[in-house]
Design a protein around this ligand. Structure first.
Ligand SMILES: Nc1nc2c(ncn2[C@@H]2O[C@H](COP(=O)(O)OP(=O)(O)OP(=O)(O)O)[C@@H](O)[C@H]2O)c(=O)[nH]1
Ligand SMILES: [Mg+2]
Length: 298
């Protein structure tokens, strides 16, 4: 499957280390040394300490019969079930795309617009990153390419005001999903969080007919830092899931595990490049197979 192939490709760098480490345990038999090497590798792929310990337990327990299938089953079992693409909303959706600057909010907003448009949804983009003129320009270019409507207000310095305009338009044009690109950097972190909170309050108080969804963009290559970012955002605003971006360029693709185990944030999409098609719905089986090299596309 082409779909499988892309996820598999995106995990190439992580797999090169992870699958190699398992291979070498297989070849050399399970020993304290080989397990320690495996442990180091899995930790360096940012799988998280608890998960790594549990995996080592599975390896030890199943060393005679061959452990790779058991490891695969275990890793799949600790990730959230695959969702079927939630598209049959009775309410219109406002999808907030939040995250630290440079993690891929604007690009992901465009990719998500493309994704929902291809599912036949009426999509509106809202450029609520009012702090960088270039950010609005960037989203406008995507909107044009996508042939999707966009709401922006170059004169307003108020993200909440742009959001208000956006949702007013979404209502009158009966949009199914309104994707809001937000700012990733303000003068201070506290300001950023306060601004985001204000935006959520605007939706809740003025547009209760919309269902709020929030995705945080996390740069996979930032490893543990992404966890810290996710924790900070989740402490302030609603975070329903993550878009894990830049999976194509990193060997740290293991962050999916601690993100769910420690913060209960499921990865919903994976970004594997800079173009519109480079976004995939997360699938736990494909992901784990891509990590271990157990899938059929190797
Ligand atoms: N390789 C790769 N590059 C990506 C991916 N997602 C985004 N990028 C690139 O990362 C850079 C930053 O992406 P943006 O979408 O502008 O990030 P942002 O979060 O909107 O950044 P700010 O607006 O500054 O807060 C751009 O050069 C994107 O092309 C991805 O999945 N893979
Ligand atoms: Mg941006």
């Amino acid at each position: 499957m082409a779909f499988m192939g892309k996820i598999f490709q995106a995990l190439r760098r992580t797999r090169e280390t992870v699958a190699d480490a398992f291979d070498s345990v297989l070849k050399r038999k399970v020993s304290p040394e080989s397990l320690e090497e495996l442990e180091d590798t899995l930790i360096s792929a940012d799988m998280g300490f608890d998960t790594v310990e549990a995996v080592l337990g599975v390896v030890e327990k199943n060393q005679k019969e061959g452990f790779i299938d058991e490891v695969e089953n275990y890793l799949v079992s600790i990730l959230p079930r695959n969702q079927n693409n939630r598209v049959s909303h009775s309410k219109p959706v406002v999808l907030m795309v939040v995250g630290v600057n440079g993690t891929g909010k604007t690009t992901s907003s465009a990719k998500l617009a493309n994704h929902y448009k291809s599912l036949g949804k009426k999509v509106l983009l809202v450029a609520a990153d009012t702090y960088r003129a270039a950010a609005v320009e960037q989203l406008k270019i995507w909107a044009k390419r996508l042939d999707v409507n966009i709401v922006c207000n170059e004169k307003s310095q108020q993200p909440s005001a742009v959001l208000f305009d956006g949702l007013t338009t979404a209502k009158s044009q009966e949009m199914d999903i309104t994707i809001v690109d937000t700012a990733g950097r303000l003068h201070t972190y506290k300001n950023l969080m306060a601004e985001l909170e204000k935006m959520y309050r605007v939706i809740e108080s003025r547009f209760p007919e919309f269902e709020i969804h929030s995705l945080i963009t996390l740069d996979a290559s930032l490893g543990q830092n992404s966890l810290i970012q996710a924790r900070e955002f989740a402490n302030t605003v609603q975070v329903d899931g993550a878009v894990l971006t830049k999976m194509d360029g990193t060997a740290k693709g293991g962050i999916v595990f601690p993100l769910y185990k420690e913060l209960e944030i499921p990865v919903k999409f994976i970004g594997i490049g800079e173009d519109l098609d480079d976004l995939f719905l997360f699938n736990r089986n494909e992901y784990v197979q891509g990590l271990l090299g157990t899938g059929e596309s190797s």
